[in-house]
Write a protein that binds this ligand. Structure first.
Ligand SMILES: [Zn+2]
Length: 116
C-alpha cells in the first residue's frame, strides 16, 4: 500500500478506527489537549502493522504541531544511530579532531581541529 495515496484517500478519511479515535479523544490533541479550531487535528499512526486495516489502538489524535514534533522524535530515534549508505554532504568538521570551541585555538591543532 502506498502510504501517501492512502493518507489522501476517502478510505483513510472514513476509516472506522480513525473516526473512533477522534471521538474517543474528545476532539482534542492527546498531547497538548488543544482542540479545533485553535489547532488542526490529525490522527497519528502509532504502528503501521495494519496500514489500511487499522484498529483503534494503532492510532492517536494529535494536533498538527504535536504530530510534527513526535514524528521528528520517532524518526530521530529510529534513524539517528544508523550509518548512512551514502552521503552527498561533505563534513566541515574534522572527524579525527577533538570537539573544540571555534573561538579558541588548541595548542597542537590547527583552526579546523586537525593535528599540526
Ligand atoms: Zn498538540
Amino acid at each position: 500500500m502506498h502510504y501517501g495515496k492512502y493518507i489522501r484517500s476517502a478510505a483513510w478519511r472514513n476509516n472506522p478506527a480513525r473516526l473512533a479515535e477522534l471521538v474517543a479523544s474528545g476532539g482534542r490533541c492527546r498531547t497538548c489537549n488543544g482542540a479545533a479550531p485553535e489547532v488542526q487535528l490529525q490522527v497519528h499512526h502509532r504502528t503501521y502493522a495494519r496500514l489500511g486495516a487499522e484498529i483503534v489502538g494503532d492510532l492517536t489524535t494529535l494536533c498538527m504541531e504535536c504530530h510534527r514534533v513526535i514524528t521528528d522524535l520517532l524518526r530521530r530515534r529510529s534513524y539517528g544511530l544508523r550509518s548512512p549508505k551514502f552521503s552527498d554532504v561533505v563534513s566541515t568538521i574534522s572527524p579525527s579532531g577533538p570537539l573544540r570551541d571555534p573561538t579558541r585555538t588548541i595548542p597542537g591543532f590547527d583552526l579546523l581541529g586537525a593535528m599540526k
